[in-house]
Write a new protein. Structure first.
Length: 204
């Protein structure tokens, strides 16, 4: 379970909440489902939700492929799920993740292609994320309970102005058991003339 707080460009606080469930079939295959709910004020003015599902294929100890699809809904500002919607979208996305270990430090590169069927027509989007993760403290009962990670992701398209968004995140992860994870993070986001995803959120 992932629960995060978001702060807008003003001093008002919002929320960004994620619930992720994963089923591991074997060393190569796993399946996941995820839901998100976001608000522009602290658990008020809910304006966005998404749900998606897909599968992961570990093709190599340092590489994984994924394929997923989902629904992404963005409402107007000013209250809870205010209509008309800014965007009603169905999205399909394949992705590649590359891992590398340098001592305790782990790096991750994620490349994702999004095929977006939006209320404003079909669009392509491409995302690249680079991240590093550092375990904190020792293991307990064989579990690495704490981890600190930093990542930066850029969003771009095949249409002008090409660049859409930059998202920088610092996340502290706590793993109380083998089957659950809790995260809290700080996110800074810059959007360039995006009107189909209302995201005045800079910090998470």
């Amino acid at each position: 379970m992932l629960s995060q707080l978001a702060f807008s460009q003003t001093s008002a606080a919002g929320s960004w909440n994620t619930l992720n469930i994963r089923y591991t079939r074997n060393d190569q295959w796993s399946f996941f489902a995820e839901a998100q709910l976001r608000s522009l004020k602290f658990y008020r003015h809910f304006h966005y939700y998404e749900f998606k599902g897909g599968c992961n294929w570990n093709v190599h100890p340092n590489a994984a492929l994924a394929l997923a699809a989902g629904s992404y809904q963005t409402y107007a500002e000013g209250g809870n799920f205010i209509r008309p919607k800014n965007n009603d979208e169905f999205r399909i996305w394949p992705q590649l993740i590359l891992f590398q270990q340098f001592g305790k430090l782990k790096t991750e590169q994620r490349c994702r292609t999004e095929m977006r069927f939006t209320s404003n027509g079909y669009r392509n989007r491409f995302r690249y994320r680079m991240g590093i993760a550092l375990p904190l403290g020792g293991k307990k009962d064989g579990i690495q309970q704490f981890q600190l990670s930093l990542n930066n992701e850029i969003f771009f398209t095949d249409r002008e102005p090409y660049f859409e968004r930059n998202r920088l995140a610092l996340i502290l992860q706590y793993k109380p058991s083998l089957f659950s994870t809790i995260q809290i993070g700080f996110l800074r986001q810059f959007d360039y003339k995006i009107n189909d995803e209302t995201l005045r959120i800079l910090f998470r």
